[in-house]
Design a protein around this ligand. Structure first.
Ligand code: LLP
Length: 431
């Protein structure tokens, strides 16, 4: 559950009127709810209580320093996938030994940086990467903890192809059949190869996908131990669901957590520890994008609503065909959560498009929405994950501001970019 709701037809983020935010910080703007972020961490902790995993927030989903700081205060570690994300997590005050480092293409510089900082664990994705890790560890005189990210050849039918990572045709991980050999003691003198990592895709709708992967992990652990190796940590990755629409199917987080923990019990009983890397299940529903209607126009055969935000601001609809619920920030007299709005299908369908010069720049096609006019504020829900973190300056459009609401307080946590910011890194190479 999140804390975006309507009071007398006006959208509020916790106790703050959305229109007031737009007046003060401009539009488009990403708005996060601190209470929602904290509650999502608590929900996950409760859902996974029997396995008591270390919860490493997936920084790529929402990388703002203030968000990371809030989540670290709520007890989260961090999952990072680049030197830049590691820098962000450390800058937010996260202890290095609460950070896991994943990613298929870690450079030697990134590896050295993370070894020097002393991250909790690397999730290694290939034999070649492990050789590099070994070299960096020996050079630093440190013993580095490593989990082998395996490709279990388990995929969820409901995950978009572009974000499905557990299948054998993807670039991720070490094929399960080759993994046990990497745990053989003495193979890497600088490494403590003691973990198994999987990330099956984002999002995973069917709990059975996790259960199938855990079965394969169990077999691998047994094989490793028969070969004299050791596994003390199992990392299940992320992909736990968020709510994007009003009537979406898929398992609820709490039920999913319970079933996963039951399936993990034999491993837990043998002393294994667990890590999960949730991104969207913490941040997606904790953020909305507020955008303003520039124009409403009649096309040949359709109504087109042009916003001041587009694929540069929120890429998910263009990139994955993702469907985000959206609704005017002021309409009617509804009081209650956005999920309980009545009668959205009664309105004339309109294409909701951005200002970018590409046909694929839309948030929705043929979406029934209440009539809107220039200047109206539209709220796009479930935008806290992979919203701002994937925003770009395409078409030389400055990226929006981000604000954090906590109760009745609003704080700007990233300034809107200016025209000067657009050219700040360019040097005159022509004179
Ligand atoms: N762990 C690893 C190793 C990952 O690659 C990811 C996401 C996560 C954890 C977190 O997954 P989550 O819990 O947020 O689903 N841009 C796409 C999603 C890409 C996900 C990439 N990896 C989107 O907007 O849906």
């Amino acid at each position: 559950m999140d804390h975006f709701s309507y009071i007398d037809g006006r959208l509020h983020a916790e106790g703050v009127d959305a229109h007031g935010i737009v007046e003060r910080y401009g539009s488009p703007v990403y708005v996060y709810s601190a209470r929602t972020l904290r509650e999502h961490v608590a929900t996950l902790r409760q859902a996974f209580a029997p396995a008591a995993p270390m919860i490493c927030f997936s920084v790529k989903s929402c990388a703002n320093l203030s968000v990371l700081r809030l989540l670290a205060d709520a007890g989260c570690g961090m999952d990072v996938v680049s030197g830049g994300e590691l820098y962000r997590a450390l800058a937010a005050g996260v202890a290095a030994d609460r950070i896991v480092f994943a990613g298929v293409g870690k450079s030697m510089d990134e590896i050295r940086y993370a070894v020097e900082q002393g991250v909790h664990m690397f999730n290694a994705e290939s034999e070649a990467e492990m050789a590099r890790l070994d070299e960096a560890a020996l050079a630093a005189g440190k013993r580095v903890r490593v989990a082998v990210r395996v490709n279990p050849d388990v995929a969820d039918a409901g995950t978009p192809a572009k974000t499905s990572t557990g299948g054998r045709q993807t670039k991720f991980g070490v094929p399960l059949s080759r993994a046990a050999a990497l745990f053989v003691p003495g193979r890497h003198r600088g490494l403590d190869v003691c973990g198994v990592h999987v990330h099956l895709g984002s999002p995973i709708h069917d709990t059975r996908t996790y259960l199938a992967a855990i079965g394969r992990i169990e077999e691998l652990v047994a094989e490793v131990e028969r070969g004299g190796g050791r596994v003390d940590t199992v990392n299940l990755g992320g992909g736990f669901p968020a709510h994007y629409g009003r009537s979406e199917g898929g398992a609820e987080l709490v039920d999913m957590g319970r079933a996963i923990c039951e399936r993990l019990e034999p491993l837990r009983a043998r002393g294994k520890r667990f890590i999960i890397e949730p991104g969207r299940s913490i941040s997606a529903n904790a953020g909305v994008l507020l955008t303003t209607v520039e124009y409403v126009k009649q096309g040949w055969d359709r109504l087109v609503t042009v916003l001041n935000a587009g694929m540069n601001t929120l890429l998910r609809p263009s990139m994955y065909g993702a469907e985000h619920f959206m609704w005017p920030a002021q309409h009617g007299s509804h009081t209650g959560h956005w999920n309980a709005l009545a009668g959205p299908n009664a309105f004339e369908p309109t294409d909701i498009v951005g200002p970018i010069c590409e046909t694929g720049d839309y948030f929705a096609l043929g979406r029934p929405l209440p009539p809107m006019k220039s200047g109206d504020v539209l709220a796009v829900f479930s935008c806290g994950a992979y919203g701002m973190s994937m925003a770009s300056q395409y078409n030389a459009r400055a990226r929006p501001a981000e604000v954090m609401v906590d109760g009745t307080e609003v704080r700007e946590i990233r300034r809107r970019e200016s025209y000067a910011d657009l050219v700040a890194h360019e040097v005159d190479g022509m004179s």
